[in-house]
Write a protein that binds this ligand. Structure first.
Ligand code: ACO
Length: 399
């Protein structure tokens, strides 16, 4: 869909590329995708190796600083993140002031954008605005904001972070504590969430990352840029597909109705949600890892009854000529919703669970954007389709 047109002002050829499918807007060393081969690497490391050997905080460090941390670097990083987990009491009041039925993503976005008012140094000039501090604050506070937003929606009191509990476990404890009883999540659930966080941490120039870069290009710091990224992710075409997968599986209802549903998809009735990807024309490497993670989670929570339908859908689709010819494979969203639901999350939280880890990727890309001397303020061209130039008719002469 890329073609060149002569612009109206006669300034030469302009490429018309809605959605920028064929336009590279930056050089980046953060993530690499080979959609045909089904490859995703962060800073040169295969995603499956990272998911096997690392924690989310190691991967966040890798994305932000370019190298995996050494043990002392990791200890220092974890300590820094721990220090910054609390949110200002007034941000807590801000979350409390929203209607209970407001979407947790809206609360998250508003809270992050409010940081600009609570941390005045972020308003200072480049040398003084201490981006390192803002980066740490955001990675540290995102789970706290997410947990507070969730508990507010559920009408539950806020649970504060504690110092001696690791990042992901702390998040789950803040979310699911009931009454006086501490919530101690099964280590397999903690590990599963850690893996899901790693898989969602970056995905090169997707819609929200491009938004972060665009907002950064006019000179904004991390708080404003990341809050804009959360807004982009909130859109159902970007962050909301796993919720749609669950709706679809419920609609199908039973395994024996899968062939009928697939026939309807092929006849153009609906899309098979969680299948297909703009970039991956092979099995999404994240989906493969998530599928294994799902089995680990279901060992603890019991099997989500929708899994049977999902597996049958995948089995039939992967053998069906329609899907094979179009290179449609399960994507990251196909199994993630099943896991989140089994762990006790309401569907509204699914996109929030995407935003928390993606913050590391957004920040890595924010830094690249603002330190890259080739970058300029984003200002695309348009092809004007409006009225030719004309004279204004005074009000009393119109009509
Ligand atoms: N089910 C059935 N058919 C499909 C699907 C699907 N999920 N996806 C694509 N197709 C078909 C299209 O109908 C089209 O067929 P045609 O050539 O006969 O017209 C062909 O495959 C190509 O489709 P496009 O829309 O051109 O593919 P594109 O790369 O633009 O779409 C997208 C990618 C939006 C992800 C698409 O596959 C889709 O809608 N999938 C379902 C939604 C989903 O799972 N989204 C999550 C993506 S992952 C993420 O964002 C984190």
């Amino acid at each position: 869909d890329l073609y060149a047109v002569r612009d109206a002002a006669g300034q030469g050829l302009v490429s018309f590329d809605p959605g920028m499918f064929n336009t590279a807007v930056c050089h980046s060393s953060v993530a690499y995708i080979d959609g045909d081969a089904g490859i995703l690497d962060y800073r040169g490391y295969p995603i499956d190796e990272l998911a096997e050997h690392c924690t989310y905080l190691e991967v966040a460090y890798l994305l932000v600083y370019g190298e995996l941390p050494t043990p002392p670097q990791l200890s220092a990083w974890e300590a820094e993140i721990t220090i910054h987990r609390f949110i200002p009491e007034n941000v807590k009041k801000l979350i409390d002031a929203f209607p209970y039925d407001a979407h947790p993503m809206s609360k998250l976005m508003s809270a992050v954008s409010s940081f600009h008012t609570f941390y005045p140094e972020s308003r200072e000039s480049d040398e003084q605005h201490r981006p390192e501090l803002q980066i740490r604050r955001l990675i540290a506070k995102m789970p706290t904001l997410a947990a507070f937003s969730y508990r507010h929606s559920e009408g539950l009191p806020f649970v504060y972070p504690v110092d001696d509990v690791p990042y992901v476990e702390n998040f789950l404890r803040m979310l699911f504590k009931m009454g006086e009883r501490e919530y101690r999540p099964d280590p397999r659930l903690v590990r599963a969430m850690d893996v899901l966080f790693m898989l969602h941490a970056d995905h090169e120039q997707n819609c929200s990352t491009t938004t972060v870069r665009t907002v950064a290009s006019s000179g904004n710091g991390p708080y404003t840029s990341v809050s804009a990224g959360i807004g982009a992710l909130f859109g159902p075409l970007h962050g909301g597909a796993n919720e749609a997968v669950l709706r679809m599986l419920r609609e199908i209802g039973t395994k024996d109705r899968v062939p009928e549903f697939i026939a309807g998809v092929k006849a153009g009735g609906a899309r098979l949600m969680g299948f297909g990807h703009r970039v991956y024309k092979n099995y999404d490497p994240r989906a493969r890892i998530i599928k294994n993670t799902a089995h680990d989670v279901f060992e603890v929570t019991g099997v989500n009854p929708l899994l049977e339908i999902a597996l049958e859908l995948e089995r039939i689709a992967l053998e069906d000529e329609y899907f094979v010819k179009r290179r449609l494979y399960p994507n990251v969203d196909f199994y993630s919703g099943l896991i989140y639901e089994a762990m006790g999350f309401s569907p509204q939280m699914f996109t929030v669970l995407f935003a928390i880890p993606r913050t590391a990727g957004w920040l890595a890309q924010w830094r690249e954007q603002v330190t890259d001397s080739e970058q300029k303020i984003v200002r695309p061209k348009q092809i004007y389709t409006g009225h030719p130039r004309r004279a204004v008719v005074p009000l009393d002469q119109r009509g």
